[in-house]
Design a protein around this ligand. Structure first.
Ligand code: ADP
Ligand code: MG
Length: 256
């Protein structure tokens, strides 16, 4: 978690400047100015279609912004000279659907990046994979194939695989939305542990209790813009915007 000392310059890992993204005539992101400090956990909330996934996908340039700038760790991701493969290596992403390599064991899935992308020697990559599977509580499953793992276990392997490239930023887009309810907790626990270790993260999640506990900052999005931005205590207890109030009321009603 982030603690910014007073009188010190704020260090941003990510900043967007008037980021816009349109698909044809549909403006999906409209002048988004997002700031993520080093070590900060930012949670994006908002109704379906608000542009949360598009924003996250722009951050690692899975989408090309229509206009505006993205600065990541001092590099202009929107500049003509950007080395995208090198940048993407530093930004781990976990999606709703665990996209593991089906023909590889959990261990091989985690080892693949260190071996082929970072070109680490095999014994080093094996060591990394071993440690990361242990970290996500799956040391005993290292020889299992994805089809032999539960959704929650697969998602934890996906997190270990992303961490194996030693990213500076982790992006999670509804990482638990496809899971059976009883498997959600084990995945959220891993994400929470990363937060405690100081990993910088941008997370899209509908798990409001989790958001409240893990976030340094909550950002409410609607119709392609940031509607409200503040600490969880403020957003959940005293949302200032009608749209935030309505969204929270609706989602808490759904949670029962
Ligand atoms: P959220 O993640 O908040 O639900 P998205 O970023 O997925 O929102 O989508 C925002 C809007 O952009 C939606 O109206 C969606 O239909 C549209 N959209 C997203 N991706 C594409 C695409 N590749 N082509 C056209 N429209 C898209
Ligand atoms: Mg989405």
């Amino acid at each position: 978690m982030n603690t910014v000392a007073l009188n010190q310059p704020v260090e941003y890992l990510v900043r967007t400047f008037d980021l816009c993204k349109s698909f044809g005539s549909l403006a999906v992101l409209r002048n988004v100015n997002l700031e993520v400090r080093l070590g900060e956990v930012v949670v994006l909330i908002g109704p379906s279609g608000a542009g949360k996934s598009t924003l996250i996908r722009c951050l690692n340039r899975l989408e090309t912004p229509t206009s505006g700038r993205i600065i990541f760790d001092g590099h202009d991701l929107t500049g003509a000279k950007v080395d995208l493969p090198s940048m993407r290596r530093q930004i781990g992403m976990v999606f709703q659907h665990f996209n593991l390599f089906p023909h590889m064991t959990a261990f091989q899935n985690v080892m693949e990046g260190p071996l082929t992308v970072l070109r680490q020697p095999r014994d080093v990559a094996e060591n990394v994979a071993h440690n990361l599977l242990q970290k996500v509580g799956l040391a005993a499953k290292s020889k299992s194939y994805p089809s032999e793992l539960s959704g929650g276990q697969q998602q934890r392997v996906a997190i270990a695989r992303a961490l194996a490239l030693r990213p500076k930023l982790m992006l999670f887009d509804e990482a638990t939305s496809a899971l059976d309810p009883e498997l959600v907790t084990e995945v959220l626990a891993v994400i929470r542990q990363l937060a405690e270790e100081g990993m910088t993260m941008v997370i899209v999640s509908h798990e409001m209790g989790f958001c409240q506990r893990v976030a340094d900052r909550i950002i409410m999005m609607d119709e392609g813009t940031i509607v409200e931005d503040g600490p969880p205590s403020a957003i959940f207890s005293h949302p200032t915007q009608d749209r935030t109030q309505r969204f929270l009321k609706e989602i808490l009603r759904q949670e029962g």
